[in-house]
Design a protein around this ligand. Structure first.
Ligand SMILES: Cc1cc2nc3c(=O)[nH]c(=O)nc-3n(C[C@H](O)[C@H](O)[C@H](O)COP(=O)(O)O)c2cc1C
Length: 190
């Protein structure tokens, strides 16, 4: 069982990283191998809309030669993915949006044999951290985002929303540790 975390925040030790890493710990406790990828450490360009992933006569997938290639490979070989983003202006971070756009290459007819080895839908846990204390404030946007990832054929469960980071950063929320670890362990079959 291989679970990867993608932390689409500029802060490698911020709220989003803290939450995603607690979820990965829960998966590890059940024997999963885990790895975290940090946007802040990756060079990933925005989609250029060249449509090479959908056209042309070679099986190249996305042709942009950057760190997204490593992420495509990791996603393709993962059993479950935990994607975390801070809420920026009521939406996902720009870092997360770039990754989502680059996953467009995944719905290429050629994507499946090229990158994605799994035959079952991969589980994807979407995590948002936000300053505002009301976890329901961006619910409509979170549901919409969940739908986008479902269109990419991920098996997306409940969106994890960690609110109130303005007043209390995640690392001070010890109450969250068992909750997040439980989410992680639930990704690993008994
Ligand atoms: C540019 C920017 C925009 C933000 N917009 C919102 C927002 O619209 N709503 C909200 O509740 N929090 C907002 N926040 C707060 C972050 O979502 C929150 O602090 C988050 O937990 C930061 O995660 P990080 O530590 O992983 O970077 C914003 C923060 C920044 C830097």
């Amino acid at each position: 069982m291989n679970v990867i975390g993608i932390i689409a925040s500029p802060h490698t030790e911020g709220n989003t990283a803290w939450v995603v890493n607690r979820i990965l710990e829960g998966a590890e406790e059940r024997g999963a191998e885990t790895r975290a990828f940090y946007s802040g450490e990756l060079e990933i360009q925005p989609c250029q809309g060249c449509l090479c992933c959908h056209t042309g006569d070679t099986d190249r997938g996305c042709v942009i030669d950057d760190d997204m290639q490593e992420l495509y490979h990791a996603i393709g070989h993962a059993d479950a993915i935990v994607l975390g983003s801070p809420v920026y202006m009521g939406q996902m971070s720009a870092q997360a949006k770039i990754i989502l756009d680059r996953l467009f290459a995944q719905i290429s007819p050629r994507f499946s044999p090229h990158y994605r080895e799994k035959t079952v839908r991969q589980k994807l846990v979407l995590v948002f951290t936000q300053g505002n204390p009301d976890p329901g404030m961006f619910r409509v946007y979170f549901e919409y985002t969940k739908h986008m990832f479902q269109l990419l054929e991920f098996d997306v469960g409940e969106v994890v929303v960690v609110a109130g980071m303005r007043d209390r950063p995640a690392k001070e929320r010890k109450d969250l540790v068992p909750v997040m670890r439980e989410i992680g362990s639930s990704l690993v079959p008994e």
